[in-house]
Design a protein around this ligand. Sequence first.
Ligand code: SF4
Ligand code: SF4
Length: 135
Amino acid sequence: MRTKMILKFPKAVTNEPITYELIKKYDLRINILKADINFKLEGHLIFDVDGNSKDIAGALEYLENLGVEADLITSTINIDSNKCVSCGLCTSACAVKALHLNREDWSLNYTELKCVGCNLCISTCPTRAITNTVW
Ligand code: SF4
Ligand code: SF4
């Protein structure tokens, strides 16, 4: 099973070796897409994860017991190239840089592997070129 996970963890656990535990204890293969700590010292982590569903369920239980909010990302977006006018508004809404304008021909590029399914880009599009698919 391959999916993406978004974690929000409180100050008390920002020093815990969470990704190490997910890899070692639950045999998950993890590719970190975004990680940051805000001014309140709360952490956010978004990553691509590959593992069997039992191990992913075990990892979610481990995170919950630690007090970490964890969500699986279960949607992706579609872009209708006939409606897109390459205005670039959606690119500024995308925190993980899954959307960018190609400087050679100003076409919009979408990298699905980076997309975390937040859907923030959808409402920014003036031509309604972006829709989402829920898995
Ligand atoms: S849904 Fe849109 S804004 Fe959110 S990560 Fe995917 S491309 Fe970026
Ligand atoms: S906001 Fe809509 S029209 Fe503008 S670049 Fe993005 S998809 Fe294209």
